[in-house]
Design a binder for this molecule. Structure first.
Ligand code: ADP
Length: 454
């Protein structure tokens, strides 16, 4: 229970308030003790002197009658000693026992000394003063009845502190509840998220630090939800992409077991199996490349490149794909140098030109144009192929996206090529976009900085 934040807040408050109140009470009384003392002693002394004056100016009997009628006797008790055991007392004590006056104190006052009782250093409970009349030296003792004002002030201060403390406790019990509530909500939300439930609503409208924390938390939930959706899509896409070639492989493997198969059929089935296995292998190498590129600090080399030469080499390497289909190239590649990762950029041009070939009609033309200014190089890969619908233009860079799944079977591919291209271009500090009209070909435009910053 002590571990809960609520209990801690309440305990910290109580300890600091009780400790603080007591400490300040003692400091205040210590600092004011002289004044408190004086405040109490002087009225007693003045009253004692008045009584002594009366005795001095009148015969004892008259003085006795006069003093007995004094109004101050409601607050002071007076004893006048003529010797150790002969005294007159004035004033009602109302049940309270009077302060014990020691014979030694009587002797000292009769000898002409002033005495006072100051038991706790704060309150004066007795003042003794000497005076002389015609009948000899006397010792007069004044004692306050009930609460003298200074003591009363101290008591009042104490009870004030106690009430303030009690009221403070009630307030903090309620306030701590509201203070801790948002944190409890955050804890519950965290627990639910840990259990995989991302449909959490926090409903914390506070401003300040807790509000900021709540906003950041909500942002984190949104991103986690998105990541979870992406993860699910990813798993289902991978399974789907692996499932279809596996089904073909197992189907044709079963067919191969038949005894009555012509040599021609056997070779055809084996070719299909090899081709489908190749698809799975391409998919897995594509996934590996993507995950390497998406690593927190992907491998990125900086080397000087002759870009026009690199692109020409890629076109030549892809010759087996375009020559049989009589596809022609129009190259406008001026002499341009750039700093970048040779292998990664090789992959970019291979994927883009490979797609242009794949989606071009037989006998089509592919244009590759390059322009540059002081800081950037722009490469345009243009084909006259099937083009991309406007709604698909942004999505072609997503993993596993294929514009038309039923048609894609004809075109082959896992839908990872452009995702890899986008990732590499971004890592090199560049941008990629696509322009296209369905049926009228597509243009992929890559813009790269000559000197990447990172
Ligand atoms: P794939 O490996 O399937 O080609 P990509 O990521 O390279 O995957 O391309 C994703 C999708 O974008 C393709 O399936 C295709 O629908 C579309 N696409 C890419 N390049 C072109 C292009 N030059 N012309 C028309 N469509 C294209």
């Amino acid at each position: 229970m002590i571990r809960s934040l609520y209990t801690r807040v309440v305990l910290i408050f109580l300890v600091s308030v009780i400790g603080g109140t007591l400490l300040s009470f003692f400091i205040a009384t210590w600092a004011f003790r002289e004044q408190l003392n004086e405040n109490l002693r002087l009225p007693m002394l003045y009253f004692g002197e008045d009584v002594a004056q009366i005795y001095k100016s009148q015969p004892d009997d008259e003085a006795d009658a006069f003093v007995s009628g004094m109004r101050q006797l409601s607050t002071y008790h007076v004893r006048i000693y003529e010797s150790r055991d002969r005294f007159r007392a004035y004033g009602e004590l109302n049940g309270a026992s009077s302060v014990v006056i020691t014979p030694e104190q009587i002797e000292r006052v009769l000898a002409g000394e002033q005495v006072q009782n100051n038991p706790n250093g704060l309150t004066v409970t007795l003042v003794g003063l000497p005076f002389s009349t015609d009948t000899g030296r006397k010792a007069l003792f004044v004692e306050p009845i009930g609460s003298p004002s200074a003591v009363f002030i101290v008591k009042w201060l104490l009870s004030f502190s106690a009430y303030a403390l009690a009221a403070g406790c009630v307030v903090i019990l309620v306030a701590a509840f509201f203070l801790v509530r948002p944190i409890q909500k955050l804890t519950t939300a965290t627990r639910r998220i840990a259990e995989g439930d991302f449909d959490v609503k926090l409903d914390i409208r506070q401003k300040g630090e807790l509000g900021t924390l709540a906003r950041s938390f909500e942002q984190m939930i949104r991103e986690l939800r998105q990541a979870e959706t992406m993860r699910r899509d990813f798993v289902s896409n991978v399974s789907h992409e692996v499932q279809s070639p596996l089904t073909s492989i197992s189907g044709y493997a079963v067919a191969l077991k038949q005894v009555k198969l012509s040599e021609e059929q056997r070779v055809r089935y084996l070719d299909i199996i090899i081709e489908e296995a190749g698809r799975i292998s391409k998919l897995s190498s594509g996934l590996l490349k993507l995950s390497a590129l998406e690593a927190p600090s992907p491998h990125f080399r900086r080397e000087p490149l002759q870009l026009d030469e690199q692109i020409r080499r890629v076109v030549i390497a892809l010759q087996p794909q375009w020559t049989p289909r009589r596809i022609g190239f129009e190259l406008d590649l001026p002499d341009i140098r750039l700093t970048g990762d040779r292998d990664q950029l090789d992959q970019v041009w291979t994927n883009l030109i490979g797609n242009a070939i794949k989606f071009s009609p037989d006998g089509g033309q592919i244009g590759i144009r390059m322009t540059a200014d002081a800081d950037r190089v722009t490469v345009r890969v243009e084909d006259q192929g099937i083009g991309i619908a406007p709604e698909d233009r942004e999505r072609v860079f997503e993993r596993f996206f294929k514009a038309d799944r039923s048609r894609s079977r004809k075109y082959e591919g896992s839908g990872l090529g452009l995702a890899i291209v986008k990732q590499i271009v971004t890592l090199q500090g560049g941008e990629i976009s696509v322009e296209s009209r369905p049926g009228h070909g597509a243009v992929f435009v890559v813009s790269l900085p000559r000197e990447p910053q990172n």
